[in-house]
Design a protein around this ligand. Structure first.
Ligand code: GUN
Length: 278
C-alpha cells in the first residue's frame, strides 16, 4: 500500500478549517501565525510560501517577516519579543537553517513556549519526553498520524528510526515510545544499519541520504515512513529506495506526496491548538 500523504493532509486541513470557522463565529477571533524568514536559502523560501498559503486557506491570519541574511541576532530577538507580547499572534515559527551570526539556541529559547508551533523550545521538548502535554514538532507528528492510519495498535511493535536530529529523529522516538513501541535510533556511527533496519515493524528514515534504505533492508509487513527530501538532478527523492522497497513492505510513503504535506497540515493544527490554549 502506498500511503497518500496528500489526501490525509487535506483531510486534516479540512478539520482544522472547520474548527477555525466555528471559533470565528463564536468569538470573532482567528489564530495568527507569524513566520520569520531570514536570508534567501531557496528551499526555505519555498517551504515558507507553502506554509503561508495553506495557513490562509484554513483561515489562519498568516504573516511572514523577512530579513536579509546579514540581520543581527539582536534585531531578530527584538522581533520575537514583540510577537510574544502580541495577543493576535498565536504561533511563532523561525524558519531554519539560520545564518551563522545567529545563535539558533538563543532564538528558539526566546520564543514563548506557548507560541512555539514548531515544538522546538526546551520546555516543549522536555514535556514531550516526560510524557506531559506538549507542542510536538510538525514532521514527526505527521509521521505518527500516517503510521496510525495504517496500524492503530502500535504497542510492542519494534520501531527503528534512522537519524537523531532534534527536528525529526528524537521527537519521533519519544512519540513512538509513548505508543509503547520498542524504539531503536540508528545514525551515522551505527555499526550495521541494514541489520538494525531488518528488525523494524515501523521504519522511519530521516537522515537526508538519497535512496539509503534498500529493498533487502526491510521486513515484509513493515510500515516505512520516508522523511527525506533530497535533490537528485532535477528530481526529488527520499531516503528510501522507493521503487525497490515498495513491493516488499506493507505500507510506504512516497516522496513527494507523503510526509511533506502532513508537516504543513500539522503546523496548522499546532497553530490552532496554541490559539485555543491561550
Ligand atoms: N526547516 C526545515 N524544517 C523546518 C521546520 O519544521 N521548522 C522550522 N522552523 N524550520 C525548518
Amino acid at each position: 500500500m502506498i500511503i497518500d500523504g496528500k489526501k490525509e493532509a487535506e483531510l486534516l486541513r479540512h478539520e482544522v478549517k472547520k474548527e477555525i470557522d466555528s471559533l470565528k463565529l463564536k468569538n470573532n477571533k482567528v489564530p495568527g501565525l507569524t513566520v520569520i524568514l531570514i536570508g534567501d536559502f531557496a528551499p526555505s523560501q519555498i517551504y515558507v510560501k507553502n506554509k503561508e498559503k495553506k495557513a490562509k486557506e484554513v483561515g489562519i491570519n498568516s504573516e511572514v517577516v523577512r530579513y536579509p541574511k546579514e540581520v543581527s541576532e539582536q534585531e531578530v530577538l527584538k522581533k520575537i519579543k514583540e510577537l510574544n507580547d502580541n495577543n493576535a499572534v498565536s504561533g511563532i515559527l523561525v524558519q531554519l537553517p539560520l545564518p551563522s551570526q545567529i545563535n539558533k539556541e538563543k532564538i528558539i529559547n526566546a520564543i514563548n513556549p506557548l507560541k512555539d508551533v514548531d515544538g522546538f523550545h526546551p520546555v516543549n521538548v522536555g514535556n514531550l519526553s516526560s510524557g506531559y502535554h506538549a507542542t510536538v514538532p510538525c514532521t514527526p507528528l505527521g509521521c505518527l498520524f500516517l503510521i496510525k492510519k495504517t496500524e492503530s495498535n502500535l504497542s510492542g511493535k519494534h520501531a527503528v528510526i534512522i537519524g537523531r536530529s532534534n527536528l525529526n529523529g528524537k521527537p519521533m522516538a519519544q512519540l513512538l515510545l509513548k505508543e509503547n513501541c520498542t524504539v531503536t535510533i540508528v545514525h551515522s556511527k551505527t555499526k550495521d544499519l541494514k541489520i538494525e533496519c531488518l528488525k523494524a515493524d515501523i521504519l522511519v528514515a530521516a537522515v537526508g541520504v538519497p535512496n539509503l534504505v534498500k529493498g533487502d533492508w526491510v521486513k515484509k509487513d513493515a510500515i516505512v515512513i520516508d522523511v527525506g527530501i533530497n535533490k537528485m538532478g532535477d528530481k526529488i527523492v527520499g531516503d528510501v529506495d522507493f521503487d525497490n522497497v515498495k513491493d516488499k513492505v506493507r505500507a510506504i510513503t512516497p516522496v513527494p506526496g507523503g510526509v511533506g504535506p502532513m508537516t504543513i497540515a500539522c503546523l496548522l493544527k499546532n497553530t490552532l491548538e496554541c490559539f485555543k490554549g491561550r
